[in-house]
Design a protein around this ligand. Sequence first.
Ligand SMILES: *[C@@H]1O[C@H](CO)[C@@H](O)[C@H](O)[C@H]1NC(C)=O
Ligand SMILES: *[C@@H]1O[C@H](CO)[C@@H](O)[C@H](O)[C@H]1NC(C)=O
Ligand SMILES: *[C@@H]1O[C@H](CO)[C@@H](O)[C@H](O)[C@H]1NC(C)=O
Ligand SMILES: *[C@@H]1O[C@H](CO)[C@@H](O)[C@H](O)[C@H]1NC(C)=O
Ligand SMILES: *[C@@H]1O[C@H](CO)[C@@H](O)[C@H](O)[C@H]1NC(C)=O
Length: 257
Amino acid sequence: MMINHHLKFLLFSLIFKTGFSAEISVFVLTGDSVELDIQTKLPEFEELTWIYNKLESIVKYYSKFNIVNSYPAYNNRAILNETTFSLILENMQKKDSGLYTARINGQIINDIVTYRISVLDAVKAPVLTVNSVMFSSNSCTVNFTCRTQDLVINSNYQNNTCSQEEVTSQENNTLILSCSEELIMCNYSNPVSWKKDETKIKQLCVNKENEETKAKPTLLWLYVLIAAIVMLILVGIGIVIHRHTRKTGSRNEDNQL
Ligand SMILES: *[C@@H]1O[C@H](CO)[C@@H](O)[C@H](O)[C@H]1NC(C)=O
Ligand SMILES: *[C@@H]1O[C@H](CO)[C@@H](O)[C@H](O)[C@H]1NC(C)=O
Ligand SMILES: *[C@@H]1O[C@H](CO)[C@@H](O)[C@H](O)[C@H]1NC(C)=O
Ligand SMILES: *[C@@H]1O[C@H](CO)[C@@H](O)[C@H](O)[C@H]1NC(C)=O
Ligand SMILES: *[C@@H]1O[C@H](CO)[C@@H](O)[C@H](O)[C@H]1NC(C)=O
């Protein structure tokens, strides 16, 4: 049976043995497969059964005859490995969440291992919204919001950083805010998946800064233009006055003659 590596990794990284019962908690992404191991060395037995929610048999192995009986509920989705007796469950759906127990029957009856499986959908991506950008004397302040269907973080980015924040919902979904010199990042996760939204600080702060420094040159050009026009007008008036005085001057000279 093909079980992809990432899955096995997930399975092992998400195993927590609780103190009292030998219940192992496993989170599975909807549609994925999962392999449930026996965990220990088995004593002699006549039958080994994987049971769902302590009520329903999924597969039964008879050691005397070396045969496997699969029950209809999981027909093609449950496969027993006859070497290791691990149970492979394919295409897991939310309704498959629950307890999975391996039980042996023979001289002794014993529950070997119990898994508590939670099948979860992948989280939807968070949305990072910039509310405002303020730029003053070399410091850029960005006010922003990270939002998911059930969680919100509102914060400010200042001095190349922001205060790291982490909030968790009732469903144990987590939203983490982190910032670096380069970006603001919102990371939304549950035990089987994570998605992020991020924004580059340079694009926000440097563009804003450029706008302001660009604003000055355009103003300067305007001043130069106005000055030039004023000078042209002055020169024009000067020429007119000059010609006028020269004409009247020459006329006066004529009169005197
Ligand atoms: C059963 O497990 C053994 C050992 O991990 C492996 O080599 C074998 O391919 C498995 N068989 C099936 C049907 O998955
Ligand atoms: C961000 O700006 C909003 C209004 O624009 C304000 O209500 C909020 O307090 C600001 N957030 C922070 C963390 O200062
Ligand atoms: C940002 O840094 C400057 C000096 O580097 C400091 O004077 C100022 O208080 C800081 N602002 C905040 C909000 O930490
Ligand atoms: C959230 O996690 C806590 C502790 O890990 C657990 O007790 C609780 O049942 C979880 N809640 C849900 C909805 O999975
Ligand atoms: C997002 O959070 C998850 C769960 O905490 C973590 O595994 C993942 O590496 C984080 N992603 C980034 C880009 O930091």
